[in-house]
Design a protein around this ligand. Structure first.
Ligand code: ADP
Ligand code: MN
Ligand code: MN
Ligand code: MN
Length: 332
């Protein structure tokens, strides 16, 4: 029987790429084929030579449409079947393969903000709500805004088979977080992009938009990050590799921060639970450090570390590539 395949890809918008998708009707016979799109409408090709190729790399049930319908994450290729320059997944593949023997795992905390009528969901018209303090993990209509969308998003992700590990309300009204993982670099990145697509899609039905803007409101409000938790097999077994991983991340600071999401210097100011973007530090339980060793990890003398620097608008294919390369090179 015929079913719908929603082909999803990442475009060439700068400095922060966007998700695009379109529907292919499948006749029920055969595998998901490669497909094409007009790259001149997505910042991926000139009009005179506009064809780009979609190659399916990860698919899951489509929980929005239901039935036999599927969501299909794609890599973008040129017509000679080599990776398009905007295809950051292709750059992650060889790094993930090279260090697979160290079994790297990532858990990513995706923060985001709902907007409605041009202001954060829960902000009063023409003004500001009460200052931060009660919104984080709050309950009640005076503290929490957007929960029906968040609950629906969580259910859809689970129905799609994505490995979400939790959700929570964040420190600003209308700001939330979901966590994906722990998973391998490619899995966590594919699933995070898919979960982002589902977030935008489900919010549509509520007349609300979700944004990954790292600093959606200026002033005394936390920005939105994507804390990236990381471990290797060695780090999950003893403490010295935990310290070695923290030290390794301090050797390549500029290269990492430059690729941790546009406008990172607006978020990593040194206040609002961040460290300055141009100063590297790490510490146990320290939410003002670049990298935090969770207290439980110090107690257990093994586990994982949290790189707190990545912005909400980061590309997980890039961030997991940089961390895997920097830390696994040092540990090998
Ligand atoms: P926080 O206290 O920083 O808000 P969260 O509970 O939001 O922490 O997120 C913790 C993240 O750490 C989760 O995404 C989880 O999947 C991830 N995590 C747990 N164990 C590991 C591990 N061994 N390696 C990598 N990530 C891990
Ligand atoms: Mn969290
Ligand atoms: Mn958070
Ligand atoms: Mn965190």
């Amino acid at each position: 029987m015929a079913y719908k395949a929603e082909y999803i890809w990442i475009d060439g918008t700068e400095p922060t790429a966007r998700l695009r998708s379109k529907t292919k009707i499948m006749d029920g016979k055969g595998d998901l084929p490669i497909w094409g799109f007009d790259g001149s409408s997505t910042n991926q090709a000139p009009g005179k030579n506009s064809d780009c190729v979609l190659k399916p790399v990860f698919n899951c049930p489509d929980p929005v449409r239901g039935g036999a319908d599927v969501l299909v994450m794609c890599e973008v290729l040129l017509t000679d079947m080599t990776p398009h320059p905007t295809n950051t997944r292709a750059q992650l593949r060889p790094v993930a393969e090279k260090f697979a023997n160290q079994a790297p795992l990532f858990g990513i905390e995706q923060e985001y903000t709902f907007f409605e009528d041009g202001r954060p969901h829960g902000f009063p018209v023409g003004g500001f709500p009460a200052p931060q303090g009660f919104y984080y993990c709050g309950v009640g209509a005076d503290e929490v805004f957007g929960r029906p969308v968040v609950e629906r998003h969580l259910d859809l992700c689970l129905q799609a088979g994505l490995s979400l590990s939790g959700i929570n309300a964040e420190v600003m009204p209308g700001q939330w977080e979901f966590q994906v993982g722990p998973l391998s670099p490619l899995e966590v990145s594919d699933q995070l992009w898919m979960a982002r697509w589902l977030l935008y899609r489900v919010a549509e039905d509520f007349g609300i938009s979700a944004t990954l803007d790292p600093k959606p409101v200026q002033g005394d409000w936390n920005g939105a990050g994507a804390h990236t938790n990381f471990s290797t097999k060695a780090m999950r077994e003893s403490y010295p590799p935990i310290v070695a991983a923290c030290e390794a991340l301090g050797t390549n600071v500029e290269e990492h921060v430059k690729h941790y999401g546009a406008d990172i210097e607006m978020r990593l100011t040194g206040s609002h639970e961040t460290a300055p973007y141009n100063e590297y530090s790490y510490g146990v339980s320290d939410r003002g450090a670049s990298v935090r060793i969770p207290w439980q990890v110090e107690v257990d003398q093994k586990g994982y570390i949290e790189d707190r620097r990545p912005n909400a608008n980061m590309d997980p294919y890039v961030v997991t590539r940089l961390i895997t390369n920097t830390v696994c090179s040092a540990l090998s």
